[in-house]
Design a protein around this ligand. Structure first.
Ligand code: KG4
Ligand code: ZN
Length: 338
């Protein structure tokens, strides 16, 4: 019989405090405390994020254990996000995980947040798991990457953004439109009623499979400034069309490179991961690729798109199987490559 391994996962890289309990690849609990405090500042304020993690971490872990109906003595190992992320935020989860591992005398497993976003596809669900090799488009508030995945812990970065992440491109445009942070989900929402062909926003074409999203944001700012000079109500009168057009340009850029990479590497299995993978247009474009172009596609459930500890726990499970433990001198890494 297969051994049952219980992992407590801890995630605190940015502004979500999360704890999860897994049993092998099955998720028993995944509790997320989202920090609303950043809304009024229009973006994440690092110091406030660390303070909120300090406040939330114990109740969130408690809630996850209760929901999973598991006691601490049943946990086999603790997995935590080592990076990339905000240093003050990472320190909270790292210190908590180290202390608990010391107190319980169980192994500690450090997890790369970007690997974990991808491995969320291996949490038990009715969709099944992607077969290796596959390409994953990882799109979040901090990253935009095309990754070739050849094994549970084997990743090759094929391309990435050279400046802003696509999540930032969503959030900054939303801010220009006067929408609250994080604006990505709101652009998605308004876009659903809009005409995606009404406006065009050029996207810089980078070499190979790399991206750039800082130019489009500046163009967008100038466009809105010009139009509102002519008509003070321009945003209110055209919000849906603006959102739909802008979102479509971002999606075109993301998918062009993804398909180029898939063709060059002769890979027919595609996945998407990270907070921006909650976007309805990106999800629809993937479904279209499956229906019209014969790709096999994997789209995570909403719960596992934005930051969560379930993905940390499942990554911890794969590392546990390989005895990929770390010692108590481990430190967080704000920058941590794949
Ligand atoms: O992965 P994540 O939760 O945190 C980071 O590691 O960055 O991603 C957060 C990003 C934010 O930029 C947010 O606006 C974006 O994901 N996001 C979306 C949607 N839902 C979340 N962007 C576009 N459409 C959405 N539906
Ligand atoms: Zn993330």
């Amino acid at each position: 019989m297969q051994e049952l391994v219980y992992i407590l996962g801890i995630e605190s890289s940015c502004d979500d405090t999360s704890a999860a309990v897994s049993c092998n690849q099955t998720m028993l609990a995944n509790v997320v405390a989202t920090q609303d405090i950043h809304k009024k500042y229009g973006g994440v304020v690092p110091e406030l994020a660390s303070r909120d993690h300090q406040k939330n971490i114990v109740p969130v872990v408690d809630a996850a254990l209760k929901k999973a109906n598991i006691s601490l003595t049943q946990i086999n190992a603790i997995a935590f996000t080592r990076g990339p992320g905000l240093m003050g935020s990472l320190l909270v989860g790292t210190s908590f995980a180290k202390s608990l591992s010391l107190a319980l005398n169980i192994p500690l497993i450090e997890v790369n947040h970007m690997q974990a976003h991808i491995l969320a596809h291996f949490i038990e669900s009715e969709n099944g798991f992607p077969q290796f090799p596959f390409l994953c488009l990882t799109v979040s508030g901090g990253h935009t990457q095309i990754v070739k995945v050849t094994g549970y812990l084997h990743f090759e970065l094929l391309g990435e953004t050279q400046d802003d992440a696509v999540g930032e491109a969503f959030d900054k445009a939303a801010k220009i439109l006067g929408l609250p942070y994080p604006g990505g989900p709101l652009i998605d929402k308004y876009a659903q009623q809009g005409d995606a062909k009404k406006y065009k926003f050029p996207i810089s074409n980078m070499t190979e499979f790399n991206y750039s999203f800082s130019g489009i944001k500046t163009d967008f700012l100038y466009f809105i400034q010009n139009e509102t000079k002519k008509n003070a109500n321009f945003i209110q009168e055209n919000l849906a069309d603006i959102c739909a057009s802008y979102q479509a340009c971002l999606a075109d850029s993301l998918f062009k490179k993804l398909i180029d990479a898939a063709q060059q590497h002769n890979i027919k299995t595609l996945a998407i991961a990270g907070g921006v993978s909650a976007n309805s247009l990106l999800r629809q474009r993937l479904v279209d690729l499956q229906n019209q172009k014969n790709y096999k596609v994997f789209i995570p459930s909403f719960e596992y798109c934005t930051d969560n500890a379930a993905m940390i726990a499942v990554t911890g499970y794969f590392k546990y199987l390989q005895k990929g433990f770390c010692d108590l001198s481990i430190t967080p890494q704000a920058r941590y490559s794949l």
